[in-house]
Write a protein that binds this ligand. Structure first.
Ligand code: HEC
Ligand code: HEC
Ligand code: HEC
Ligand code: HEC
Ligand code: HEC
Length: 491
């Protein structure tokens, strides 16, 4: 179908949906469908993923080909979380568990974001990596993003971006045969694409709505928002001031800090394809794999992305400590955790998996420990009384649940909104005249030790952690100090 015919067809279908949605008819439709909204399979043929593909004779292109003419973007993207999105062993473990638990149809939803081009081409049939094309293995590759010609964010069943609500158009049919079209942020210059592709200017590339299709994950049936990074951003100060995802995640650390502190958008030449976030664990694993394979260049690349993720985490938050007195005596301390530079909640996305917590140690004037909490044990376990700033998912029976296909709601959501804070109180008594020093650390890791062990022990059979990473058992997960400060309370 040509670009135009596809657009017309889409418009017709959307018009039908809109005309059906008069209030009365709408109510009866919802009732007929039961408690959950059904997705129109004609509008969304890859449901539960909401991707659309404008199918023509023009195929997707693997990243290595783009890299021949765009070496800088290729190098920056290589080893990024987008390049790893499909081969990520943590993802592969969870996907394998999902398919075992609820059947292979769910895979389409997951892959719709983790390797979109392979889903529309019908390449992915089951679990594992064997026999897949380089394009499928490349995850969120160049041509997934640069084929995005538009989105259906405001036409989805819930009228918001979700579960891959983007339109992929890698090219078009012409009388002379198929022509590749690559969408980008700038007006096309003469000869743009050197005959390999045409260039199409799209303002979407400098907007968060480009990222929204994949950075809003909803439960495939109950529509529970499992990851809500886009909505957190949209409802916060950065959206209001026009600072987009790209302005923090496609720039170097100093530029990101300027975007966050001064609300100034980067210059054109400041953008890079890093897509660097918080996931230092994956860069660590990629580094191990590169060293095992003898690829020094990739190992150095992974190390620089690891350093960048740590630097980002270490500039995201700040801490304050305030004493609280009762009857003239120190009775409590209040620790305030501020989200100073994340454009969304801190932490964001898989908030029920990520762990951010406080470790507090108070000492008297002689250096004796009078209170301590939040220390990780040698085998990677956190104490029961730890104050975690993340979320807990639960099933329909109000019982704790971890797996995304089981979660029906959140029992707790202690994440910090952008430019907001959360206070945590600790009982701490001291007599008048007795100074107390309090060391507070805000710590972070990708997951609970046992959760990581569970996911990594369920990677598909053709992913050998020993052969790829040289690990025979899951190591104690690294923990990062985002902030480490000592305060003195002169009672
Ligand atoms: C709407 C797009 C979307 C869908 C659908 C989706 N994911 Fe993801 N997934 C993401 C994004 C974006 C991230 C990265 C968030 C982050 O790094 O915190 C992610 C991260 C993950 C991670 C964490 C990986 C790590 O290294 O920590 C796992 C595991 C995962 N997804 C599994 C799944 C499974 C299983 C499904 C299907 C049941 C699924 N995802 C469906 C977009 C999606
Ligand atoms: C997650 C989506 C995404 C992926 C994946 C991606 N890009 Fe981009 N690309 C963007 C965005 C957003 C911009 C606009 C910001 C900028 O100028 O860098 C852009 C800009 C560009 C530009 C124009 C930059 C300029 O300054 O002239 C080129 C060329 C490009 N990308 C090539 C690539 C190549 C090659 C790859 C794969 C190696 C790739 N992109 C992967 C989103 C993506
Ligand atoms: C034969 C060389 C060649 C190949 C292969 C190639 N490009 Fe380009 N592309 C160019 C040239 C030349 C330009 C214009 C100058 C520039 O921006 O680098 C360009 C420009 C772009 C732009 C900027 C468009 C704009 O104006 O905003 C994007 C995005 C882009 N290419 C993406 C890709 C992607 C994705 C691939 C792989 C599917 C790819 N290119 C493959 C040569 C190529
Ligand atoms: C086609 C879907 C898709 C699009 C479009 C997309 N992403 Fe992602 N993104 C993902 C997936 C999937 C992951 C997670 C991979 C994983 O953890 O295994 C991810 C990971 C990331 C990460 C790394 C997170 C971490 O934990 O370190 C950042 C940062 C990010 N994306 C930013 C962006 C930005 C900015 C844009 C828009 C310019 C964008 N993404 C567009 C799917 C997408
Ligand atoms: C003002 C800067 C800023 C903006 C704007 C911003 N982010 Fe972030 N982002 C951060 C910082 C800092 C972190 C690290 C702390 C954290 O995990 O929240 C981060 C982390 C992330 C992560 C990793 C989460 C994890 O647990 O692994 C993802 C994914 C992400 N951002 C996606 C996005 C998307 C998508 C947008 C746009 C809707 C966006 N970000 C806008 C600063 C920003």
């Amino acid at each position: 179908m040509s670009d135009r015919r596809f657009e017309v067809a889409m418009k017709k279908k959307l018009a039908v949906v809109a005309s059906l949605c008069t209030p009365m008819l709408f109510a009866s439709l919802v009732m007929a469908a039961g408690s959950t909204m059904t997705i129109d399979k004609e509008l969304y043929p890859y449901a539960p993923s909401l991707i659309n593909w404008n199918k023509t004779g023009a195929d997707f292109t693997p990243p290595e080909t783009c890299g021949e003419c765009h070496p800088q973007q290729y190098e920056e993207w290589t080893g990024s979380m987008h390049a790893l999105a499909f081969q990520d062993p943590v993802y592969q473990g969870e996907l394998n568990l999902a398919i075992k638990a609820v059947g292979k149809d769910i895979a389409k939803q997951c892959e719709g974001c983790h390797t979109a081009a392979a889903v529309v081409k019908g390449e992915i049939k089951g679990v594992g990596l064997e026999g897949l094309s380089p394009l499928a293995l490349a995850g969120v590759s160049c041509d997934v993003c640069h084929s995005i010609s538009g989105h259906t964010h405001w036409q989805t069943p819930y009228h918001q971006p979700e579960n891959g609500s983007m339109i992929l158009s890698p090219g078009k049919d012409t009388e002379a045969g198929p022509v590749l079209t690559k969408h980008g942020p700038f007006p096309a210059e003469e000869g743009c694409g050197e005959g390999f592709h045409e260039c199409v200017e799209s303002p979407l590339f400098l907007q968060s709505e480009l990222c929204a299709s994949c950075h809003q994950v909803f439960h495939y049936e109950t529509h529970t928002p499992l990851e809500a990074t886009y909505m957190e951003w949209k409802n916060g100060p950065f959206a209001a001031k026009g600072i987009a995802c790209q302005d923090c995640h496609m720039v170097a650390i100093d530029t990101f800090k300027r975007s966050a502190d001064d609300f100034i958008r980067p210059q054109r030449e400041e953008y890079h394809h890093y897509f660097n976030g918080a996931n230092f664990l994956l860069y660590h694993l990629t580094g191990l794999a590169a060293k095992k394979a003898g690829n020094e260049e990739l190992a150095a690349n992974a190390q620089s992305k690891f350093d960048m993720a740590i630097a980002r985490l270490q500039s995201a938050a700040d801490l304050e400590v305030m004493p609280i007195y009762r009857s003239d005596k120190l009775a409590e301390i209040k620790v305030r955790v501020k989200n100073i530079r994340a454009g969304h909640n801190l932490p964001t996305s898989l908030t029920n998996i990520r762990q951010m917590w406080l470790e507090v140690t108070a000492k008297d004037k002689d250096g004796n420990v009078i209170m301590t909490t939040g220390t990780v044990s040698k085998d990677g376990e956190l104490p029961k009384d730890v104050r975690l700033l993340n979320s807990d998912g639960q099933n329909d029976g109000f019982h704790f649940a971890l797996d995304p296909w089981v979660i029906q709601s959140f029992a707790r959501h202690d994440t910090i909104p952008p430019k907001g804070y959360k206070d945590v109180h600790y009982g701490l008594s001291a007599d008048k005249g007795a100074p107390v020093s309090v060391e507070v650390k805000l710590r972070y890791r990708q997951a609970d030790q046992k959760v990581a062990e569970k996911l990594l022990s369920h990677v598909p059979d053709d992913m050998h952690l020993d052969a790829i990473y040289g690990i025979t058992e899951v190591p104690i997960l690294p923990v990062i100090d985002m902030v480490d400060k000592t305060f003195t309370i002169n009672n």
